[in-house]
Design a protein around this ligand. Structure first.
Ligand code: NAP
Ligand code: ZN
Ligand code: ZN
Length: 347
């Protein structure tokens, strides 16, 4: 067992504060990673505050982890001490169900083991990346290129794969008209990937002051969602809408922006259910699908794609003790475009 420093919440209403806990010993298939950077995902806020009804406390959040390997178990084949490595949202799964066999570990029949807020196969509560080190089976550990700026790589482990995976699944290609709804951590990665796949990209945002950034990120158009005339001019115009919004909003309004056979992909998870009317769906045979992060093999594919195309997240690097303020800013949509914790500030 090794004592680890972290930041945790003790209950839904308490702030994040210093917390010390034990990580397991390195087993034959495990790697131990000194965490260098960890991104701050809006899912951290939802779970810290008990908004999804699945929270277990104390909770050490964080599932956008990059760091350096400091120890390897004696059966480890793919990593050695000193290598860069990444850990995303899942650290284990059953490994035998049809989803696991297809590399869709996130849909594991028995439930994936989340990097935090999850119970592992030993019955232990998992603790995430707002901490100095983590021990993970190498099968659930990703290879990280040394070509990219490391702080900007951390958010790829969740925001990156969560947007890459559904855009690949629906087969976004040159000429497709794609709208991204919500310009935050997920939204800015979605713009970068949709542009890289050749789509004509429109940013749909509730924040007028994000227009310039959206265009710099590569979006071809920017539309303010509160501007009714712009919104009606966009009726029936998109093949896909990738919906990343974290707060309550009306799906029906945006469904009407899809063409015949258009698809809205939901990745944002507002705390409560949203009613959907039949009309916007039946009128143009539109559909809604959801998507959850991505499997391990696809996460590696995404990281390799980013290294090849020089894609990283736009980050604001923060010290660990700034985390509560960072959450408040994210809740005001004031993030450009991912907070990333420098774990050197915790040592
Ligand atoms: P984020 O960085 O906070 O961005 C969310 C964006 O949503 C904001 O920047 C804002 O964009 C928009 N927004 C926020 N409140 C709004 C409101 N009241 N009305 C309209 N728009 C609003 O969050 P994130 O980390 O990207 O995460 C987004 C959502 O995805 C969260 O719910 C998170 O839990 C979920 N998530 C899902 C998965 C998955 O696997 N499906 C993975 C990771 C995260 P504008 O200022 O441009 O309007
Ligand atoms: Zn996340
Ligand atoms: Zn499984």
């Amino acid at each position: 067992m090794s004592i680890t420093k972290g930041y945790a919440v003790q209950e839904a209403t308490s702030p994040l504060a210093p917390f010390s806990f034990e990580r397991r010993e390195v087993r034959p298939h495990d790697v131990q990673i000194e965490i260098l950077y960890c991104g701050v995902c809006h899912s951290d806020i939802h779970q810290v505050r008990g908004e999804w009804g699945n929270s277990i406390y104390p909770m050490v959040p964080g599932h956008e982890i990059v760091g350096r390997i400091t120890a390897v178990g004696h059966h480890v084949k793919n990593f050695k001490v000193g290598d860069l490595a990444g850990v995303g949202c899942l650290v284990d799964s059953c490994r035998t169900c049809p989803s696991c066999e297809q590399g869709l570990e996130q849909f594991c029949d028995t439930g994936m083991v989340g990097t935090y807020n999850s119970i592992d196969k030993d019955g232990q509560l998992t603790y995430g990346g707002y901490s100095t080190q983590i021990v993970v089976d190498e099968k659930y550990t990703l290879k990280v290129s040394d070509k990219l700026l490391l702080a900007g790589v951390a958010p790829l482990l969740c925001a990156g794969i969560t947007t890459y995976s559904p855009l690949r699944y629906v087969g976004v290609k040159k000429g497709d008209k794609v709208a991204v709804l919500g310009l935050g951590g997920l939204g800015h990665m979605a713009v970068k990937f949709a542009v890289a796949f050749g789509a004509e990209v429109t940013m749909l945002s509730s924040s007028p002051n994000k227009k310039e950034d959206a265009l710099k990120l590569g979006a071809h158009h920017f539309a303010l969602t509160s501007d009714e005339s712009t919104m009606s001019s966009l009726a029936s115009s998109f093949d896909y809408i990738l919906n990343t919004v974290s707060a309550q909003h009306d799906y029906n309004t945006y469904l009407n922006l899809l063409r015949v056979n258009g698809t809205m992909i939901i990745v944002g998870v507002p705390p409560a259910a949203t009613p959907v009317h039949a009309f916007p769906l039946i009128m143009k045979r539109r559909s809604i699908i959801g998507s959850l992060i991505g499997g391990i093999a696809e996460t590696q594919e995404m990281l390799d794609f980013c290294a090849e195309h020089n894609i990283v997240s736009e980050v604001e690097v923060i010290n660990m003790d700034y985390i509560n303020e960072a959450y408040e800013r994210m809740l005001k949509s004031d993030v450009r475009y991912r907070f990333v914790i420098d774990l050197a500030s915790l040592k």
